[in-house]
Design a protein around this ligand. Structure first.
Ligand code: 3PG
Length: 209
């Protein structure tokens, strides 16, 4: 049986979205995130080393690690083999959803319109990534979209920074907020793990009622 995303997140409300350049970065990154207080992370399939990075992040043991930017059923398989506990996509793809169901892993499709949300709900998926949240209109878009679909839960992601957190998290339909601001490409290039830990701790602090 497929695990439920809500129980996997166990109350965690911040989802760092990570584009990890190589596997060597993964261990100190996982340590910085865990020390900063997050409990989950999404490793995007955007780099050649994404699978190795996902494995290494999982091996840390302190985080529930999922795969992001999963665009094909084949990537979903590779992600699950590498240890992904959940799969996230920027859009809605019925084949990716079907493969994740076969693999028994929770899948969070990206949606940007009411029609896409209706497709997700029709496929039995009630937890969706609102993407790209800020570019779509931020909390105004979230409120408008949530109103006719009280059964939907959202993980707004895209263009979000610390200043937006409270606005999103105060909406009852928001499960968690995702973003790359805590561990940006710049931080990772510089090896600025202390900066990553600090921004993570700040986000966790803002997300705690
Ligand atoms: C994603 O794949 O979820 C996004 O690239 C994250 O968006 P952000 O980089 O604007 O936070």
């Amino acid at each position: 049986m497929t695990a439920d995303l809500t129980s996997l997140l166990a109350g965690a409300r911040i989802m760092p979205v990570l584009t990890v350049p190589d596997a060597a970065t993964a261990a100190p990154l996982a340590e910085a995130l865990a020390t900063g207080g997050v409990r989950c992370a999404e490793v995007t399939f955007r780099t050649p080393d994404a699978e190795q990075a996902l494995k290494a992040m999982t091996a840390h043991g302190g985080l529930t690690v999922g795969a992001g930017t999963v665009l094909t059923p084949e990537q979903a398989e590779r992600a699950v083999s590498a240890g992904a506990r959940f799969v996230v996509s920027p859009g809605f793809d019925a084949e990716v959803i079907a493969r994740c169901r076969e693999l028994g892993v929770p899948m969070v499709p990206g949606i940007a319109t009411a029609t896409e949300l209706m497709r997700a709900l029709g496929s039995g998926l009630h937890k969706v990534k609102l993407f790209p949240a800020e570019q779509l209109g931020g909390t105004g878009m979230l409120k408008a979209l949530a109103a006719p679909f009280p059964q939907a839960r959202f993980v707004p992601t895209g263009g979000i920074g610390p200043a937006h957190l409270t606005g999103y998290l105060s909406h009852p339909a928001v499960l968690a907020v995702g973003g790359s601001w805590m561990a940006s490409a710049g931080h990772l290039e510089r090896g600025d793990y202390d900066g990553i830990r600090r921004l993570t701790a700040e986000a966790v602090e803002r997300s705690t009622p």
